[in-house]
Design a protein around this ligand. Sequence first.
Ligand code: GLN
Length: 549
Amino acid sequence: MAKYIFVVGGVISGVGKGITSASIGKILQSRGCRVTALKIDPYVNVDAGTMNPTEHGEVFVLDDGTECDQDMGNYERFLGRYLSKDNYMTTGSVYLSVIQRERNLEYGGRCVEVVPDIPLEVINRIKNAEKKNKADVVIVEIGGTAGEYQNILFLEAVRILKVRQPKDVLLILVSLLPALSAGGTELKTKPTQYAARTLNAAGLQVDLIMGRAPIPLDEKRREKIAFICGLASKDDVISAPNVDSIYEVPLNFEKDHLSDRLFEKLGLRSKQHDLNEWRSMVKRVKRVTEPVKIGIIGKYFGSGDFVLEDSYISVIEAVKHAAAEVNRKPVIQWLNSEEFERSKTALRKLLEYDGIVVPGGFGSRGVEGKIAAIQYCRENKIPYLGLCYGMQLATVEFARHVAGMKRANTTEIDPRTPYPVIDIMPEQKSNLANKHYGATMRLGAYPAVLSRGTIAGKAYDGRKISERHRHRYEVNPEYIERLKNKGLVFSGTSPDERLMEIMELPPAKHPFFLGTQFHPELKSSPLHPHPLFVRFIGAAKARAAARKR
Ligand code: GLN
């Protein structure tokens, strides 16, 4: 029988539940447990695919094509395992399956009710994920914050499961301890007390509290929280101070003996304790000081100078993984593509960078600025990595400025372009015409075959790869020969050679200019940096060294 650890947040959203859940998973894994992790999102959207990244952060994509919350990416990166649709649910998806089952008369004619049928469906799904993953510990992160209306039915699922299996369920509260004094050393416990009490009102007693604060919690604070929130001991209050690298979090938790506490409470036993590989990775990340300056050109920014890093979280992490691999400290800067539309001199700023990334995107805003920046990188030999939209726009740029196809474009932007070098995939046309937007893109893992001797061919181990996709447009097959004749290399294609998966320029023409139709960032992890990112940062490192000279 498996054990279940539920993680809920208190006081504010964005308190770090995702990293906490992933870190708990990591340390239990290091002690020999077979861990899986689930994310519950308390919104009515059936999946995250229809949400704007500025609204909810990056849309993460799994091998099976599930479009989900970015926390699923954290779980994969920490656990080093690929997850599936069984590990993700939203209020909308839970209701959808209950209603579908009701329509199929599967409730045998009885009245179907919000309680207990919705929480029971939640429990079913958790158990299904447990079985599919053959897990002995299941970590379930409940989105939202204790005390809000949205996640109440998920808390009810925890309550029911705890009544049924009291020895197998643990509830962890990740809560904020604000510091108001100037030096920031006096941490306030009251909001955490309220959060724990709010859970009491939902019939739940917290077992452990992770105290998020700028600094580690002192003994007095831990005693007070334990006493008032009804914890067994002050050792059940774990410090979760701010850290330089998120990968440090599991190591920090272990300073407070978290895995021992969990093992004791859940009645688990193991002698194994192996976080060594992880520890040396963290050491390496923290040791490197030599910078490599990477610019990411995007448009999913918040207002003013505020950048919603969450919109590009996997890209940022993949850059970090690769930089650590080549012993460099990434300095990431955000470049607003619209700036390159307003002034040509803005482009000259790109020379200060060691590498430029144009990540995935949709729609027309900022596109001409991205194309101008890509042209500048190509002409000035600045290492360039294009991810999905970044690959499509690099193809457009090459068509316009090298292959002589004036006003070439993607039909996503200009349906009447004389040279539609990027065009909608035939199978996608009816989706758009019928407004079927949800979960209808080309999604998830597809294979590609690499050409020998190219950058991509050398980067990966084998010739056949599998990468994750999320797009509706593709390189138009009618223009492939013309682009190739002008020197563009398609170094990765679908096995039937119909779809262009990777484009690049030969090393004689450019130190590193490569774009992928897929999203390599979704499969990078700190212990296994993605080979294309490693090559890209390697080229950026070489440029940094040359710039210094
Ligand atoms: N908008 C492009 C498409 O749909 C690219 C998508 C992306 O970058 N993920 O094909």
